[in-house]
Design a protein around this ligand. Structure first.
Ligand code: NAP
Length: 525
């Protein structure tokens, strides 16, 4: 079975043998995809000439209604998305829920908050500035939806959420979308797009889908388009420096990999509530989606005297968790996405182990439950402990995209901040402490190199969203190595799909233009 692409309002099967998608547990081929000989330039032209104008005929509130309809359609097919998640990602129920339910929630969230922008056609930013003695001539900044296409190049680990978290703010802005899911797990995105297209609520050209490598896609993007990329830092560098992208100054948003941190304060000895919460968080992070989340904790910074107790606590939980085929109800940890990722994990682990001692796991030949180790792609959950965090290189630099976490001891608070910063820009850090001065010191010390910091103290009583959870009301993205991109953060996400410009002219004319607008203050409320 070769899955067709949806381009210029038509389903088109790419030529050639195609790329297989496999079940990471059985190794069986599930379907194939191909973008060969498809007209990507034509599809982008069609989206710009048909999808964009039809979307921008509508107000923000009407487009929010479209998102609500998409949310309903996707919710109606939720069970099927769980089935595909199991087949193509080996996902447990919890893994599938994280991706699929996260996607549905995000779509519905934007449908709900988008209504606040009401009947506006563009956004007015700030106050009118007077530019003349009489006050008759003034200037007003506006944000207008771009007349291009939002091109999404996505990573394999979130085929559902990755599509919805990008599509919702783009469509709400009035910008048509073309999504290219990562090849290994394109099936789920494909099915979601198919369901949305079948429902017939979106105008032709508002949504397009290309599955397969589609390496020439960026040759056809234009000044008015937006490229939103999620994936590894290496591919991000290629996308950013692509000749046509550079020549046309195409706006690019990058969400790349990240060596995220969790930090335990010196006040949290073993046996305290916060120590226990960090252990729980670390175990969840390492096992959920087999550690294949861009936000997964990779480094845990602990006061040196707590390292042993932390290792024992995490080990005792990991050693009871079954790793294997999620068709077995006892299994809690699934596979990585394919053999190539498994090899990449083993390679990364070798590097980390050259600087770390092994606390738990690390066995390349372990026996997964109900799966053939030769055919499947499992990585045993692994806990490492850095021998010398200050001298270590790989620990702060190698993202093993699997169930692997490294403990880094700190003796002195003055060493802690520089060590965290050696992640060179991350999506998220979480800090567990009841000492307000410590929390402040960490936030001020690392805030500029992080997109999100989650602080946890005992007053919360365990009520917090979680280190790895990206909530649509808050910023997702991070500087430096994490790509420098910004996504979500409520209606702020619409900024990526709008262009700022200023009109200098007769004040009366500006006031009339302003009457067509929603206020940008709504983006920040
Ligand atoms: P990847 O290998 O970099 O691929 C990402 C996407 O780029 C895929 O759709 C891929 O297509 C495409 N691609 C590859 N080479 C390309 C090129 N030369 N030009 C244009 N597109 C190209 O990453 P991945 O292995 O799918 O995803 C894992 C990585 O994503 C991890 O490092 C993780 O940290 C990161 N990630 C980050 C976030 C975030 O929000 N920051 C979220 C999820 C994942 P093909 O699949 O067809 O090759």
């Amino acid at each position: 079975m070769k899955l067709p692409n949806y381009l210029a309002d038509k389903w088109i099967v790419g030529s050639g043998p195609g790329t297989p998608m496999v079940d990471p547990v059985t190794g069986d081929e599930l379907a194939r995809i191909s973008s060969e000989t498809t007209d990507l330039k034509g599809a982008l032209d069609f989206a710009r000439s048909h999808g964009g104008p039809a979307l921008r005929e509508l107000s923000y509130a009407q487009r929010a209604d479209l998102l609500a309809k998409m949310g309903e359609v996707l919710t109606a097919n939720r069970e099927e998305y769980f089935r595909l998640s199991l087949l193509n990602l080996g996902a447990t129920q919890a893994d599938a829920s994280f991706d699929v339910d996260g996607a549905l929630y995000t779509m519905k969230y934007y449908a709900k908050i988008g209504r606040a922008l009401a009947e506006g056609k563009m956004l007015k930013e700030g106050a009118l500035v007077s530019l003349s003695k009489t006050g008759a001539f003034g200037g007003q900044h506006f944000l207008v939806p771009t007349k291009g296409v939002a091109v999404f190049i996505n990573a394999f680990n979130f085929p559902a959420w990755g599509f919805c978290e990008k599509a919702a703010p783009a469509l709400l802005s009035g910008v048509p979308v073309l999504v290219k899911p990562a090849s290994p797990t394109a099936w789920l995105t494909h099915r979601m797009v198919e369901d949305v297209v079948k429902a017939g609520d979106l105008p032709p050209g508002a949504i397009s889908l290309v599955c397969g490598s589609a390496r020439e896609l960026l040759d056809h993007v234009r000044e008015e388009d937006i490229v939103s990329f999620t994936g590894s830092a290496d591919t991000a560098a290629l996308v950013r420096s692509q000749a046509n992208v550079l020549q046309r100054s195409v706006r690019v948003n990058i969400e790349a990999d990240s060596i995220n941190s969790a930090i335990l304060g010196p006040d949290c000895a073993p046996g305290t509530e916060l120590f226990g919460l960090l252990v729980k968080e670390a175990v969840k992070e390492i096992t959920l989606k087999a550690g294949q989340k861009c936000t997964t904790i990779r480094r845990v910074f602990l006061p040196r005297q707590n390292v042993k107790a932390f290792g024992e606590a995490v080990t005792s939980q990991l050693s009871t968790m079954k790793v294997g085929n999620a068709r077995n109800a006892e299994v809690k940890v699934g596979p990585v996405v394919n053999k190539a990722q498994q090899s990449a994990c083993f390679e990364g682990l070798k590097k980390l182990r050259s600087e770390c001692s092994l606390v738990f796991g690390g066995n390349e030949n372990f026996e997964p439950v109900d799966a053939d180790p030769q055919k499947s792609a499992f990585v045993q959950p692994t806990l490492l402990s850095a021998k010398d965090g200050l001298a270590a290189r790989f620990v702060h630099d190698v993202e093993v995209f699997g169930p692997v976490i490294t403990v880094v001891a700190y003796d002195d608070r003055k060493d802690l901040i520089p060590m965290i910063r050696r992640g060179s820009g991350s999506l998220v850090a979480s800090v567990f402490s009841n000492d307000p001065a410590f929390l402040q010191e960490v936030v001020l010390g690392i805030g500029d190199l992080h997109g999100r910091i989650m602080a946890v103290d005992s007053s919360l009583g365990g009520q917090y969203t979680g280190h790895g959870n990206v909530v649509p009301s808050c910023l997702h993205g991070g500087p430096g190595r994490a790509g420098g991109g910004e996504e979500l953060a409520g209606l702020r996400a619409l900024l990526l799909y709008h262009r700022r410009f200023v009109v200098q002219g007769p004040v009366n004319c500006i006031k009339e233009l302003s009457g067509l607008c929603a206020d940008t203050n709504l983006l920040y409320s």
